[in-house]
Design a protein around this ligand. Sequence first.
Ligand code: HEC
Ligand code: HEC
Length: 380
Amino acid sequence: MKTITLAIIGVSLFFLGCSDSDGLSENQTIDTKMKLGKALYEDTSLSKNRTMSCATCHHEESAFVDERESDIFHMAAKSADDNFIGDRNVPTASYASFTPDFGTVEEDGEILFVGGQFLDGRSKNLKEQAKLPFLNPIEMQMESIEEVIHRVRENDDYIEALKTLYSENIFDDYNKTFDAIADAIATFEKSDIFSPFDSKFDRHLAGTYILTAQEKRGMDLFEDEKRANCIACHPVLKEDDTAGLFTDFTYDNIGVPINKELRLLNGKGENFIDFGLFDNPDVNDSNLKGAFRVSTLRNIDETGPYMHNGIFKDLKTVVHFYNTRDVEGAINPETGEAWGKPEVNTTVNSEELGDLGLTDQEEDDIVAFMKTLTDKRYEK
Ligand code: HEC
Ligand code: HEC
């Protein structure tokens, strides 16, 4: 697989080499960057013990989440050496290129944080994000930027491609080299491979798929501001009325219970608090403690378990949580116990969710609608 990918870069460089070298068209450059990015994204030799790549945790075959067998039910990811367990659920890298750069917007006189990569927006954009997993001690575990670049330099195709695409002197300054590596990976992540927009929902908009009666009921509930009101945070369409990303990219604390099981496994203990957005160095408003970025719901049926801490295994449980979080005596069907306490209690959103009054059938209908957001290649 790897040799094939590299051969492709080789071929296209050969192709570029034959053309007038100053005359790289913009499309050729993007195409070659994408191929380089794909090879880097899939290259396990860029991790400490040469076993892990970006694709390990964000694999195309598994809707760009962790493809590995998981003895911790995929609640979080394990490090390359298998010794460490993370604390956040792996989000899909599909459609991540549509997340705007981290920043603020003003809405009804209120300043809201939006966008950014990671569930707390701590990376401004895809390029900045792509640098971090290499050096993360609970992910790819490389010691330094230098070490990553030494591994990249083991491969002549990479050297040639980076020089051709970025500059002949690209290896003179390792920060620039690292930037170029991240840029190539981000270019690959912006390709249609990650975001085909061909789910049943997209085909419904294009008029080539007719929603079943149940899917239609689920969509109507999802959009009904007086009932489920999911669109308050997960908009179905973009502002220009084309197919949306099912997130408004803002941040909210919806009161997700502490995942005690995960905290036992990763050794953080029950008292550890993930403050989400508040841990982002650009944020210091304590009202934002416990807020996480609204997730895209594209490919949601493929990317469980759910929420930033992987607490819910089933989509139906998620809907039941929104429906009954604040209802006296409500039970989490996965534990048989009451919904647990959230990590940060003081900032929980209690206006738009928690007691929706949906019937069991209506919960099922919403689940059926969310299953129409699966890209075609994953349809069963
Ligand atoms: C060990 C598993 C693992 C590896 C390897 C890994 N990631 Fe991730 N990725 C995660 C986790 C977990 C998160 C969420 C972390 C957080 O929010 O703090 C994440 C978040 C992301 C996001 C942000 C998605 C979003 O919606 O905000 C992108 C994009 C991404 N990873 C791409 C990559 C790239 C590119 C690589 C390789 C350079 C990579 N990942 C390697 C586990 C992994
Ligand atoms: C007030 C805003 C808001 C509303 C309303 C809302 N959500 Fe969410 N949703 C979020 C946030 C924020 C997250 C991420 C929470 C986290 O990870 O802690 C999320 C996460 C999810 C997830 C899990 C995503 C994943 O990848 O783990 C699903 C599924 C979901 N929402 C479905 C729904 C449905 C269905 C409705 C309507 C019944 C709804 N949401 C209403 C804000 C909202």
